[in-house]
Write a protein that binds this ligand. Structure first.
Ligand SMILES: Cc1cc2nc3c(=O)[nH]c(=O)nc-3n(C[C@H](O)[C@H](O)[C@H](O)COP(=O)(O)OP(=O)(O)OC[C@H]3O[C@@H](n4cnc5c(N)ncnc54)[C@H](O)[C@@H]3O)c2cc1C
Length: 259
């Protein structure tokens, strides 16, 4: 919460994520939902500009889809009553279809819900198409899980090409979406697209990565949010970050020490 306040002081908004995923006990899922409600209360009471981002398996998707939907529904209702927004993170491919289907169902009742889509997945063109048809908000990221080449693009240039393609669809047909990348070329490409289409979108980056770029974008007039993970279950998150960039080991060490 402190980190979100510090970001706000630099005109960067927060996206709070309570670390935790693939939980196996129903009580843990319900406890995570309750903790998100507490987070929303604090954000509201302290006037912190920050939404939240939840992982479906943290709310029970790997145990029982209806448990997950009930937990998410309670979070959504509470967030809506406070005028706040909830992102759904996208996890590994065993959960993609259920996550998107649940989003499309809940989205009919809640306009304060958005969903992450991974550009490395070959199926994402179809998913983006469906979500744009529903008017839903997409956070476009490259994708962070170790998946089979049968279902994902593995080469960087293929992933970036697909990212560009999906981003173009979003600028042409969507609004209120998020461009979640630290990639200079894709960020500048988004700016070019926004000059042709509209600027109803935001840039999203991870806490501690490319902080100077975040400020530069704010100065250039763009809305920027930073994803702030916190809590005890940091292992899986850390492994994904270190796989992307070896230097992230220093970033993670620093954030663990200064908790
Ligand atoms: C807000 C947000 C939410 C996300 N949500 C999800 C999700 O729900 N599901 C999911 O699978 N993934 C998610 N991700 C992770 C994402 O999929 C990528 O794994 C991660 O963002 C790295 O991809 P990249 O776009 O930065 O590109 P990369 O190709 O990894 O990096 C591109 C360039 O960014 C710069 N860069 C990257 N990291 C650093 C660094 N540490 N220091 C300096 N420069 C750096 C470098 O110039 C690098 O060449 C999310 C990412 C963000 C930012």
């Amino acid at each position: 919460m402190l980190r979100a306040q510090q970001s706000n002081a630099r005109n960067v908004r927060g996206i709070i994520n309570l670390l935790g995923e693939e939980i196996t006990a129903r009580e843990e899922a319900t406890a995570a939902a309750e903790e998100y409600a507490e987070i929303l209360k604090i954000l509201d009471a302290r006037h912190i500009q920050s939404c939240i981002s939840v992982k479906p398996t943290q709310l029970g998707l790997a145990i029982d889809e209806s448990l997950f939907k009930d937990d998410l529904l309670r979070i959504l209702e509470f967030a809506k009553s406070l005028g706040n927004f909830v992102w759904m993170d996208m996890e590994g491919s065993p959960f993609t279809t259920q996550t998107i289907d649940s989003f499309l169902e809940l989205r009919k009742k809640f306009d304060n819900l958005g969903i992450a889509i991974q550009a490395y997945l070959k199926r994402s063109h179809e998913d983006v198409d469906r979500i744009l048809d529903s008017g839903g908000a997409i956070r476009l990221c490259k994708g962070a899980y170790n998946e089979s080449p049968k279902i994902v693009y593995k080469r960087k240039n293929q992933i970036n090409e697909n990212y560009s393609k999906l981003m173009r669809m979003m600028f042409e047909r969507g609004k209120g979406f998020a461009i979640a990348t630290h990639d200079e070329k894709l960020i500048e490409e988004a700016i070019s697209l926004s000059n042709v289409h509209h600027a109803n979108f935001e840039f999203e980056m991870l806490m501690g990565i490319r902080d100077r770029k975040k400020l530069e974008l704010v100065e250039r007039g763009y809305r920027v949010s930073e994803y702030i993970p916190f809590g005890k279950s940091w292992w899986a998150y850390s492994v994904r970050r270190i796989r992307e960039h070896k230097s992230n080991i220093f970033l993670l060490a620093r954030s663990l020490v200064s908790r």
